[in-house]
Design a protein around this ligand. Structure first.
Ligand SMILES: Cc1cc2nc3c(=O)[nH]c(=O)nc-3n(C[C@H](O)[C@H](O)[C@H](O)COP(=O)(O)OP(=O)(O)OC[C@H]3O[C@@H](n4cnc5c(N)ncnc54)[C@H](O)[C@@H]3O)c2cc1C
Ligand code: SF4
Length: 561
């Protein structure tokens, strides 16, 4: 039973403890939610095991910054390296919907160049798929969420959005002013997976700015409201508060289920013909490493020694500007305008790849933390800055940091409450990354000044972790193939942000969900073969639009092709 917005008028299917299901999905987040829905609709017996709760949005959520911390994965992790990442509220979700519950819902696509970074620029690596292979899934997910944005979006592969753009808030107006003054093209009102008009039983956005707190209104897309209701209607089971600690490998070299802990810490086993990991860029490699066993002493599916490596974060420095006039940053979704004018490699730069500049609308607590970091404000000084909140605007840069083998997830000696070794995340910036961040920060500061800000400060930070179980064609240098299938174990799949070989400077959520829909089409096209055969059919599967949640395909205005 979900909250009133996602009311399900039938009991959830329950599989018996020792019943062998077709698929067990570990983590019902951005990718897991899409996959669960597709596989259930195609008639497979599928269970989603989710470490966090199955939210009732009416009962559990509040439109309040301090009251929303339950949405985040805040279990202990160790962070290290020369440039350690902050781990917690700023990266992972916990609970059905995962990170899509607290994301800001910016949904740009990757550019065609992102799929051949090594060939074009001699850095990073190429993907085993091209933009054209993922493009139909971008188009499909943009309808399923759906995405609002301009009728013509000029960057990467130019395209249009099926739903009209949003009106501008104060931060968006500042970005438009700054970019226009410098002759930088800017996209206004999206792309963002927030309803600009009502859609089915979901109401339109009311512009109160609580998107990162879950959007109690239901205007912002999360798999909790876009895909999970249809998954349950189609016969999937979701077992919440179920923390998977180990994937089990049978004597035949195939996985046969997962061990998990319930809310009371009691251990259970779920039998399955195939296992799909959708736990996010830290928890998926951690689970593989924790599942080491005979034949895989260094981690399950890790004969390549690539599990945990090539972890990426995007540079996410926030630039804040004070304006004499009122801005009121909370009065709009944080995500509503951006420019990708600096996305591609420019030979005039002293670095490869590029960055985007986007609106960010921190609420007062987040703003206060930024003032502590950017201005060393404290005590009465911090109080004065916070009373001035309505005069500040905030832009975020999103910069492409390249994949490096030593940026990685390993296991720490410390254990969590289930006795499982916690993740140790090591992160170092390299010369290309540092140069890119410097140039991106300077450009974003320039735009803020051009918008008319009298005072400009910034806080260096990171956003959006991906990688650490990357896909590729070569089993010696990647963990999974182009459909997310483990090179080492034929009935083990990975389907989340961890399989991305590079990240571009687009927010990753749309790409993660598009890849999940593509993996689902592959599994549907394979039928029972995945459960019985070790042969790999690498043919491109047909696109099964009829398995999308009903009433989503074919709506919206015609797109540009
Ligand atoms: C504040 C914020 C704003 C963001 N804004 C944007 C944005 O505007 N646009 C965008 O594209 N992206 C955004 N992101 C990033 C985006 O949310 C993530 O990239 C995306 O959700 C990752 O998807 P995933 O499927 O890999 O993992 P998740 O969505 O995090 O799902 C993983 C799920 O697995 C569960 N899980 C993990 N381990 C286990 C286990 N062992 N057993 C059982 N369950 C487990 C977790 O509880 C979680 O529910 C934002 C992130 C943050 C933090
Ligand atoms: S601003 Fe719109 S999308 Fe964001 S929380 Fe409010 S209603 Fe939801």
């Amino acid at each position: 039973m979900l909250g009133s917005l996602q009311h399900i008028d039938l009991p959830m299917r329950k599989f018996k403890e020792l019943e062998e299901v077709d698929y067990v999905i570990v983590g019902v987040g951005s990718a897991g939610g899409v996959l669960l829905q597709r596989l259930a609709r195609a008639g497979f017996n599928v269970v989603g095991l989710e470490a966090g709760p199955l939210w009732d949005t009416e009962r559990d959520w509040v439109s309040d910054e301090a009251g929303s911390h339950e949405l985040y994965w805040e279990d202990p992790r160790v962070t290290g390296g020369t440039d350690p990442l902050a781990l917690g509220a700023n990266n992972c979700g916990r609970g059905v919907g995962g990170g899509s519950v607290h994301w800001a819902a910016f949904t740009p696509r990757l550019h065609p160049s992102d799929f051949e970074v090594y060939t074009r620029d001699g850095v990073g690596s190429d993907w085993p798929i091209t933009y054209e292979e993922i493009r139909p899934y971008y188009e499909q997910l943009e309808l399923e969420m759906p995405v609002a944005g301009p009728a013509y979006y000029p960057w990467g592969h130019p395209h249009g959005y099926p739903y009209g753009p949003h009106p501008m808030g104060g931060v968006g107006n500042a970005l438009i002013r700054g970019c226009s003054a410098l002759n930088i093209p800017v996209s206004i009102g999206g792309p963002v997976a927030i309803l600009s008009g009502s859609h089915g039983d979901r109401p339109h956005c009311i512009y109160r700015g609580f998107c990162i707190q879950g959007c109690k209104v239901g205007a912002k897309a999360s798999t909790l409201i876009t895909h999970v209701p249809d998954a349950l209607h189609s016969g999937a089971e979701i077992r919440d508060h179920s923390m998977v600690g180990r994937v089990s490998l049978g004597k035949d070299g195939r996985v046969n289920g997962v061990h998990y802990f319930d809310k009371d810490g009691k251990e259970h086993f779920q039998c399955a013909k195939s296992v799909i990991l959708c736990g996010y860029a830290i928890e998926t490699p951690r689970l593989l490493l924790n599942s080491a066993c005979s034949g895989f002493e260094h981690g399950l599916a890790n004969l390549s020694d690539t599990v945990g490596r090539y972890l990426m974060a995007q540079a996410g420095t926030v630039v804040l500007g004070r304006f004499d006039q009122l801005v009121r940053m909370y009065k709009a979704p944080p995500a509503h305008a951006l420019t990708e004018e600096f996305y591609e490699t420019d030979p005039k730069n002293d670095f490869a790849r590029g960055f985007a500049i986007q609106t960010v609308g921190p609420l007062p607590l987040a703003f206060g933390k930024q003032m502590v970091a950017a201005k060393k404000a404290w005590g009465w000084g911090l109080r004065r800055e916070m009373m001035d909140y309505n005069h500040w605007a905030s832009f975020g840069l999103l910069g492409e940091i390249l994949p490096w083998p030593e940026n990685r997830v390993t296991l720490d000696e410390e254990k969590d409450r289930f006795g499982l070794p916690i993740a140790h995340v090591s992160f170092n910036l390299h010369e290309n990354d540092k140069r890119l961040i410097k140039a991106a920060t300077e450009k974003t500061v320039e735009v803020m000044h051009a918008a008319g800000a009298a005072e400009v400060v910034h806080e260096a930070r990171y956003a959006h972790l991906v990688g650490a179980a990357r896909m590729g064609s070569d089993p010696r240098t990647s963990v999974v193939d182009k459909f997310g299938r483990s090179h080492d174990i034929p009935n083990l799949f990975i389907c989340d942000g961890s399989i991305m070989p590079t990240q571009g400077s687009a927010n990753p959520g749309l790409t993660i969900q598009a890849l999940a829909a593509r993996t689902a089409d592959y599994l549907i096209s394979q039928g029972d073969r995945v459960f019985t055969s070790n042969d790999r059919n690498m043919a491109t599967p047909p696109i099964r639009r009829e398995f999308a949640p009903p009433e989503t395909w074919g709506k919206g205005v015609p797109r540009l092709t």
